[in-house]
Design a protein around this ligand. Structure first.
Ligand code: C2E
Ligand code: CA
Ligand code: CA
Length: 634
């Protein structure tokens, strides 16, 4: 620290100057010489700092003598030793020194230093005549030199102390500033952490997109409602799923999907009664907790579900489009269906998966039977995964008979699944599941290949037509017509020998895509048949819109023929109308001779049903065909 003390800047206080003045005056007097001086070294000169007030003294305080001009005092400072010049006039070293001009020809001086060794200047005496300065005088000078240096030491220590104080103050300042900064940084970090924690807490309990409470928050609400001092008497847990979200995302983009969800969330929030708590689980799935009383909760939740179904009938904007939300609702009740929220949510979701068929927009209450059906469904789903590779599928063929002459002119290929664990599983049970899981694509290809290769075989021997069923899911594949074309070529089956049967389900999805595939199939020469005619909603309009060759009257109409004249009228009308549109008509489910006779009378082209033959393996039908062939030859 002391190295930093700038001795040049240390001021000599007035009291000390006065005492120095006394000193030099006293020396001059005692030594009997005209000049006694204290000189201070400045940057480029030596300053007459204190000068004795004695007669004949030519030196004035404040006068500056240039360095490098051969000054006695400069030599003393440089050599740091006493200099004694008794007679400069006769001293070749000093005979040109500037003091001679002032009349001073002898000199005795000592260096004055600061305690750190830096020079202060000198203390000296000068005489206008030769003066050898005896020991007594030199001791006197040395003595006063010590007194002055003691003063310098005091000043120096004071400066050091001030410097240390300054430093300390500076350090304290600096530390205070540093602490303040640190404090600010800490506060900021605490704020950021608190904000982050709040965000995490929010994210943990609320859906980021809709701002609605999430699953966790709903569970918390359930605990609050069912726990505590006044637990709820009854609750309904509603599970709502937007079935067409994926379709909206795929067709119009995720932004449109997000907008749809936002709109629904807003609609729901606005419309729900105060007793209801709404949450969003993501991926189009909402849940509602509705509070009520055990004797009215069923009616209350049915009313709420009905209200919601109505709410979803109005289209909602999604991007530039307008979408009618396809929402299915499932309901489970507390404590009737369970006392744990996870169980209730699961049951509501199970119930929901049973609603929405055949058309979305309705609601279902959970029932125990649903659970067992669901379990069976899950079993089927898991067994289906290996069914193809384990050759568990087989096609059966049901004869299609010309209702005019009773000849077998074709057959419908119907899929059969035998599973070692589940036994024989009806297509009505496993096909919807395969459609949901997407396995129908692979299964459908198996059906196409097996039926086409079999048809090629039969068609070589006789005029024959094979009908096969296509699922709406298969129709989503834009290459369906291409696949069929390749198989026809591979097995060399004339296209008109193949008829594909579709239901309205195909046309209910993407109409444009369906039409494209149907047109492509028509161009190939493959025949197209509308299956289960009469059971759907807009069968009539479809007949005109799409390029059908055949309609198959659903067997529910045929079953009612014998005891309902209305059904007779209906079947008659369908046949007449189809003929007007140049379509062939097949009557399904012919079980009796009476039914066969009726549709034959009404000029229905083809007849299919147990009366003519049940679906049988290819070899069995082959035998039947050969028998008939032989019979006709005979
Ligand atoms: P579908 O296309 O309407 O097939 C006719 C169904 O009626 C067949 O049931 C057949 O066995 C049954 N049936 C025929 N004649 C009579 C009768 O006189 N009385 C009664 N009560 N029933 C009769 P199956 O084979 O159980 O097939 C059920 C449904 O499964 C089919 O209805 C069809 O929608 C679907 N399906 C069958 N095979 C396939 C397939 O390979 N692919 C696709 N996508 N669906 C298939
Ligand atoms: Ca069919
Ligand atoms: Ca049918």
């Amino acid at each position: 620290m002391s190295d930093l003390i700038q001795t040049a800047n240390i001021e000599i206080p007035q009291v000390m100057l006065a005492s120095w003045q006394n000193t030099v005056d006293l020396i001059a007097k005692l030594a009997k010489i005209p000049a006694s001086l204290i000189m201070r070294l400045q940057q480029r000169s030596l300053e007459v700092f204190v000068s004795s007030q004695s007669p004949g003294n030519p030196y004035r305080p404040g006068a500056l003598e240039q360095l490098d001009s051969g000054l006695y005092c400069e030599a003393v400072i440089n050599d740091q030793a006493e200099l004694l010049v008794a007679d400069a006039l006769h001293d070749p070293l000093w005979c040109n020194n500037p003091d001679i001009k002032l009349g001073m020809i002898s000199y005795c001086g000592l260096p004055l230093n600061w305690p750190n060794g830096q020079p202060f200047g000198t203390i000296c005496i000068l005489d206008s005549k030769r003066n050898p300065y005896d020991t007594a005088k030199r001791q006197l000078l040395s003595c006063f030199r010590q007194a002055v240096e003691a003063n310098l030491a005091t000043l120096y220590q004071k400066a050091e102390l001030e410097d240390a104080n300054n430093h300390l103050e500076q350090r304290v300042h600096q530390r205070t500033a540093e602490l303040e900064q640190l404090n600010q940084r800490l506060s900021r970090e605490i704020d950021i952490r608190l904000a982050a924690e709040r965000l995490v807490d929010y994210q943990q309990h609320f859906d980021a997109d809709t701002g609605l409470p999430n699953r966790k928050q709903l569970k918390k609400k359930f605990s609050e409602l069912t726990g505590g001092s006044a637990p709820a008497d009854a609750l309904a847990v509603l599970n709502l799923n937007l079935a067409n979200l994926k379709k909206v995302n795929d067709s119009f983009g995720h932004q449109a999907g997000d907008q749809l969800i936002h709109q629904l969330a807003a609609r729901l929030s606005k419309q729900l009664p105060d007793s209801a708590f709404l949450a969003y689980f993501g991926a189009g799935e909402f849940a509602i907790l509705d509070q009520g009383h055990s004797d009215t909760i069923v009616e209350q939740s049915a009313e709420l579900a009905n209200h919601l179904c109505q709410l979803f009938k109005t289209p909602v904007p999604a991007g530039e489009h307008s979408v009618t939300p396809s929402v299915a609702i499932g309901i489970a009740g507390y404590p009737h269906d369970g006392t744990e929220i996870d169980e209730l949510l699961r049951k509501a979701s199970t119930a929901r998966s049973f609603s929405g068929s055949p058309l979305p927009g309705d609601y279902q209450f959970f029932s125990g039977e649903m659970q067992s059906r669901l379990t069976a469904r899950l079993q089927i789903e898991s067994q289906l995964t290996h069914a193809l590779e384990h050759n568990q599928f087989q096609l059966h063929y049901q004869p299609l008979v010309d209702s005019g002459n009773g000849q077998v002119v074709g057959a419908e290929a119907l899929l059969r699944w035998h599973n070692p664990q589940l036994g024989q599983v009806a297509p009505d049970r496993f096909i919807p599941i395969a459609e949901q899981s997407g396995q129908i694509i692979e299964i459908g290809l198996f059906v196409l290949r097996a039926a086409i290769s079999q048809a090629a075989h039969w068609c070589r021997e006789r005029e024959f037509c094979i009908a096969l069923n296509l699922s709406p899911v298969q129709f989503r594949d834009p290459d369906l017509a291409g696949q069929i074309h390749r198989l026809l070529t591979t097995y060399r089956l004339p296209p008109h020998c193949l008829e594909v049967e579709i239901t309205e389900g195909v046309l209910l999805q993407d109409e444009a895509q369906a039409l494209q595939t149907l047109d492509a199939l028509t161009r190939l020469g493959v025949r197209i048949s509308l299956d289960d005619f009469g059971t759907g909603y807009s069968s009539l309009s479809y007949l005109q819109k799409f390029p059908f060759d055949t309609v198959k009257i659903d067997r529910s109409f045929v079953a009612g023929l014998s005891n309902s004249t209305r059904n007779q009228e209906l079947v008659r009308a369908i046949i007449a109308m189809a003929h007007k549109l140049n379509l062939k008509v097949v009557a399904e489910g012919i079980e009796t001779a009476e039914q066969a006779a009726f549709i034959s009378r009404e000029q229905c082209d083809l007849s299919q049903g147990y009366f003519h033959g049940r679906p049988v393996p290819a070899e069995t039908l082959q035998g039947l065909l050969s028998e008939r062939l032989e019979a006709s030859v005979e």
